[in-house]
Ligand binder design. Structure first.
Ligand code: GLV
Ligand code: MN
Ligand code: MN
Length: 424
């Protein structure tokens, strides 16, 4: 078989047990996880992950933006590694699987190779990227973004906490994860990321595997609406310049634009700060964010226009700032084919799919051939404490990940001497 795809199987029960143990760190009463980037809990999860990697015989490095790399050596130490992983941080009301699955799937892959005594040609590296979620520190995908040269290191470390202003760099220092290693600049032979789909497509199709061919583009805006603070009692309604009323109309406009550009557009206002946020003062200023996802740029002008119109109609000023953007990203055809072949070889029903979410693989695709494996999640729900997935689907995704990664890890040299009957 070209590159060697020996159709190995992971230990699904061990994968599930690791996911459940990890999910205890930051567990919420509703069964989810709150483990914000560079928080104490993130530090705890990172230390558990490192312990497990070291027990699996890996050598662990941490870079200056806190990304963790755990390397299982290959036969040829000069070859660039095949890398796989995702993130350990979560949304404030996150689930047990978003990110954690990709990291634990990488660990399970290594544990399986250890069980089998399987030596790959190239090294395998498991990675846990810093601050993928972009919830506490914005934007998202900062660790992989610095690794890929999208952000410089100083810019990444300076990202402020959205509520307190403390920087990502200071928090990484505090939790002991401002590592010594330089960020990026080293070749990666291939990057694979396993993830729950976070949408309803695979579940509706009854297929355990999504072969991710790419990710849609994303734009984030920051909008500041300025009116005038005034007393809630004596100020007659016609004389008010209420920034929150203006923001509410803009938020409605954002939502309507999302519907108007169906089926591809997604438009979300998820963060609002009202000033002075006092019950009996008319709000003078409102800051809010827009997360806008669409494959085509012209939609941007509609958003700006709608916001400006809503503001001027009631005598307000609105500043619309573009905060973050990445274009639609196709994944590498050879890696996508490796994922598809691995799914086929294992006999899993599968289909091609485009990611609606952002992932570290999107930035990794700029510096290394990259691809993703999706598995369904229950009801298509994610970024929610009730996020759930079936153990058998997670196992299927990990089996596909393992065999696709082996295909690449053996592509550079002679196939392993591994014998499927276990003899050495
Ligand atoms: C990542 O979680 C995203 O918002 O796409
Ligand atoms: Mn994720
Ligand atoms: Mn997420």
């Amino acid at each position: 078989m070209p590159g060697g795809m020996p159709n190995l199987q992971v230990n699904g029960e061990r994968l599930w047990a690791s996911l459940m143990e990890l999910a205890q760190i930051g567990a919420t009463p509703k069964g989810g996880v709150c483990r914000l980037a560079a928080s104490d809990l993130d530090g705890q999860a990172r230390r558990l992950f490192i312990r497990w990697c070291e027990e699996a015989g890996c050598t662990v490095r941490v870079d200056k933006i806190g990304n963790i790399f755990a390397r299982r050596p290959g036969r040829d130490p000069h070859l660039a590694p095949v890398m796989t992983g995702s993130h350990l941080d979560t949304q404030p009301t996150g689930g047990k699987f978003d990110g954690a699955y990709g990291v634990m799937a990488g660990l399970e892959l290594v544990r399986t190779l250890n069980d089998l005594g399987y030596e790959t040609t190239a090294p395998i590296e498991i990675v846990a990227w810093t601050n993928e979620e972009g919830s506490r520190f914005s934007p998202a995908m900062v660790g992989s973004g610095v690794f890929a040269g999208v952000f410089d290191l100083a810019e990444g470390l300076a990202r402020p906490d959205n509520l307190t202003g403390v920087t990502l760099g200071a928090e990484l220092e505090r939790i002991g994860f401002a590592g010594p290693e330089p960020v990026g600049g080293c070749p990666v032979a291939a990057y694979f990321e396993a993830h729950i789909e976070q949408g309803p497509i695979l579940e509706a199709a009854g297929k355990p595997i999504g072969v991710v061919t790419g990710a849609q583009g994303q734009r984030w805006y920051e909008i500041t609406v300025t009116g005038q603070e005034a007393h809630a009692g004596p100020t007659p309604m016609p004389r008010r310049r209420d920034a929150l009323v203006g923001a509410a109309r803009m938020i409605d406009a954002v939502n309507r634009i999302g519907h108007a550009y169906a089926p591809y557009a997604c438009a979300t206002v998820g963060f609002v700060r009202v000033s002075p946020n006092s019950r009996n003062t008319i709000p003078g200023q409102v800051f809010f964010t827009v997360d806008f996802r669409h494959p085509y740029d012209p939609v941007l002008s509609h958003l700006r226009q709608a916001c400006q119109e809503a503001a001027s109609a009631i005598g307000l000023e609105a500043e619309v700032k573009e905060f973050w953007y990445f274009p639609p990203t196709p994944f590498h055809p050879d890696l996508v084919a490796a994922v598809r072949n691995a799914a086929g070889a294992q006999g899993y029903a599968h289909q091609d799919i485009i990611s609606g979410a952002g992932h570290d693989a999107v930035y990794m695709a700029r510096v290394a051939p990259s691809a993703m494996v999706f598995v369904p999640c229950i009801g298509g729900i994610s970024h929610n404490e009730i996020e759930d997935a079936k153990p058998e689907d997670l196992t299927a995704g990990c089996n596909v990940l393992l065999n696709a990664a082996l295909d690449r890890a053996n592509a550079a040299g002679p196939p392993s001497t591994f014998k499927p009957d276990g003899s050495r």
